[in-house]
Design a protein around this ligand. Structure first.
Ligand SMILES: [Ca+2]
Length: 188
């Protein structure tokens, strides 16, 4: 059954999470009960599969990629409640709070990592094509997608490498409402 003591939320933990994420104590309590309901093994941590059962994520075509970024920095492939809350904080709408986690730059960095599957800090043609395929599904043929990728790379690539750097990425999205597009409401 795992370690039951890890399933109790201590007041000092609530305060710490409040400071880190900007969620109120009440929201933290509610999200904790969601966390424990996702935690099938009652072990105080969530696996990738647990994450994929979050409805707000499951409906997103990029769900797998979002989860991939969350688990990138995890060593044992499990996320505890504090890490879980840090993750949710990144998806809060920008006006919800003024913490650093959901700033424009942070959201752009997160989005960039979703594209950059091999972690080389560049988005290649293949990586861009891959994401576009996930987003449009079967609605567009390969040739059309290929030409969108070519055009995007030509327009965005200012370093002449044939790939998109983080700086290129930010510039390409400078007129896009990234903050809103990368926000998910987890609490109604
Ligand atoms: Ca890459």
């Amino acid at each position: 059954m795992g370690n039951k003591s890890s399933l109790i939320l201590r007041p000092e933990e609530v305060q710490q999470i409040q400071e880190e994420t900007g969620f109120t104590a009440n929201q933290i309590e509610r999200l904790f009960s969601r966390f424990t309901s996702l935690d099938r093994g009652d072990c105080g941590t969530l696996s990738r599969d647990d994450f994929l059962r979050i409805p707000e994520l499951a409906i997103n075509p990029l769900c797998d990629r979002i989860v991939h970024v969350f688990f990138k920095d995890c060593h044992d492939d499990r996320v505890n409640f504090r890490q879980f809350m840090n993750v949710l904080a990144r998806f809060r709408p920008p006006k919800a709070n003024k913490i650093k986690l959901n700033s424009r730059e942070d959201k752009l960095r997160f989005a960039f990592k979703m594209y950059d599957l091999d972690d080389d800090d560049m988005i290649s043609r293949e990586e861009l094509l891959n994401i576009l395929q996930m987003m449009v599904g079967e609605n567009m043929d390969q040739e059309q997608l290929g030409s969108i990728v070519e055009r995007t790379i030509i327009e965005a690539d200012h370093s002449g490498t044939g790939k998109i750097s983080f700086e290129d990425f930010c510039e390409a999205l400078s007129r896009t409402d990234v903050e809103r597009k990368l926000s998910i409401i987890f609490l109604s």
